[in-house]
Design a protein around this ligand. Structure first.
Ligand code: CU
Length: 362
C-alpha cells in the first residue's frame, strides 16, 4: 500500500526544515525518540515542570470527558434517528427543558473548577517561594538577540550559556533591555515574558545531574519564545545543570581574567580596544568602562560551545566570519561589521585573543 498523504506532507515539512539550514549550522543530533527531543515538554524534570504536567494531565482528562459526552450521544442520535425514507412528517418539535439546561450549565462550571483549582495551586506555589533565602539568584536579561545571565551573589556576568547547580531552588528574575522576549527552557517547565521595565520570576528546583559527562552536567535547549525581530529564531541558549562541585569550578573560572600566552594573543589584546565599548572581559581595561554595554560579556567566551547565541559553533573560522560581518550569519546582528576596518591579520589576532586567552581548563 502507498504511504498515506499525511506522511508525505510531514516528510516534505521536515525537508523544508533541513533545507532552511543556511543560517543555522548548529549540528543538532537527531533524537531517536520523541522524549529525547530538545523541545519536548512532557518530562517534568523540575518540580515546576512536574506541577505543570499534572495540570496538563487533569485538563486532558476533562477534555476527553467533554469530548466523549458530546461525541458519543451525537453519533448515537445520528444513527438512531437517521432518515429511513418513509417519513411523512417532521418529528415532534419541543423547546425548553429546565433539567437539561441546568445540567449543561452546572456541569461545565464544575469542569472549569476542576481545572482552575490545581492551576491556582501551582500559581500560588510559585509566588510563595518569593523571598525564600534558600533561593539561588539568577538574573536573566533578554537582548536583541542574545541572553545575559547575572549571578548577583557570585558577581558573575555571562551570556548565552546558563549554568546552574543541580538540585537547587532557583529564583530567576527575568527582564529585557529592549523589546519583549520570552524566556523558555521547554524541559524545565513553562515560559515567561521578558519585558523591559518589568521583572518577572520563575521559581524552580533544578534536577539532579542525570548523564554526567566531561564538560560537566546535563544541558537543555533554551529559546526566546516571543517574536522579537529579525534574528528571533537565532536567539537561543543552553542551560547546563552541574553537580555542585562542577558548578563551583565553573563559577571560579567564570570571572578569571584572560591568560595571554602567545604573541598572537598579545597582538589581539591590543586590537580588542576596538571592541571594548560593547564587550567586557573581566580583569582587563574593558571592565573599567562604566555604563551598560551593548554586547555580551566575553570573560569566559573561550569555554562557550557556540557563537552568537548558538548561531554557529565556536571555531576560529566562524569567529573570523562573525567579526568580519556578523549579520552575514545572523541577520540584523547589532554588532559592528569590521570588514575594511580590521585587516584579516588583526581579525585572526583578536579572534585568538577572545577565544583562546579566555578559555580555562575546567
Ligand atoms: Cu527574543
Amino acid at each position: 500500500m502507498k504511504k498515506p498523504a499525511i506522511f508525505s506532507f510531514l516528510l516534505s515539512l521536515s525537508g523544508l526544515a533541513l533545507a532552511s539550514k543556511s543560517f543555522d549550522e548548529k549540528p543538532y543530533t537527531l533524537s531517536t525518540s520523541l522524549s529525547d527531543a530538545p523541545m519536548y515538554t512532557l518530562v517534568g524534570i523540575t518540580d515546576w515542570g512536574a506541577d505543570i504536567l499534572r495540570v496538563y494531565g487533569i485538563t486532558t482528562l476533562v477534555l476527553v470527558f467533554v469530548f466523549l459526552t458530546v461525541a458519543l450521544p451525537t453519533l448515537y442520535a445520528l444513527w438512531r434517528f437517521r432518515a429511513k425514507g418513509n417519513e411523512t412528517e417532521l418529528p415532534k418539535q419541543f423547546t425548553g427543558n429546565h433539567v437539561m439546561e441546568l445540567i449543561w450549565t452546572i456541569l461545565p462550571v464544575m469542569l472549569l473548577f476542576i481545572i482552575a483549582i490545581p492551576t491556582w495551586e501551582v500559581i500560588f506555589k510559585q509566588s510563595n517561594r518569593a523571598g525564600d533565602p534558600n533561593n539561588f539568584q539568577v538574573k536573566v536579561i533578554g537582548h536583541q538577540w542574545w541572553w545575559e545571565f547575572q549571578y548577583p551573589d557570585l558577581g558573575i556576568t555571562t551570556a548565552n550559556e546558563l549554568h546552574l547547580p543541580e538540585n537547587t531552588p532557583i529564583d530567576f528574575t527575568i527582564t529585557s533591555d529592549d523589546v519583549i522576549h520570552s524566556f523558555y527552557v521547554p524541559r524545565f517547565g513553562g515560559k515567561i515574558d521578558a519585558i523591559p521595565g518589568v521583572t518577572n520570576h520563575i521559581y524552580l528546583t533544578t534536577p539532579k545531574v542525570m548523564v554526567p559527562h566531561k564538560l560537566g552536567g546535563d544541558f537543555y535547549q533554551g529559546h526566546c519564545l516571543e517574536l522579537c525581530g529579525q534574528s528571533h529564531a537565532l536567539m537561543r541558549f543552553e542551560a547546563f545543570v552541574h553537580t555542585k562541585q562542577e558548578f563551583d569550578v565553573w563559577a571560579k573560572n567564570a570571572m578569571n581574567p584572560p591568560q595571554v600566552l602567545s604573541a598572537q594573543e598579545k597582538r589581539g589584546e591590543a586590537v580588542f580596544s576596538q571592541c571594548q565599548a560593547c564587550h567586557t572581559i573581566a580583569g582587563t581595561d574593558s571592565a573599567k568602562i562604566p555604563g551598560k554595554k551593548m554586547g555580551p560579556d566575553l570573560t569566559n567566551f573561550g569555554n562557550r560551545r557556540y557563537l552568537g547565541a548558538t548561531t554557529r559553533e565556536n571555531t576560529l573560522d566562524n569567529m573570523h566570519l562573525w567579526i568580519k560581518n556578523s549579520s552575514q550569519i545572523k541577520p540584523g546582528s547589532r554588532m559592528t561589521s569590521f570588514e575594511g576596518i580590521l585587516s584579516d591579520q588583526q581579525i585572526e589576532d583578536v579572534a585568538s585573543y577572545v577565544r583562546i586567552s579566555t578559555a580555562k581548563k575546567l
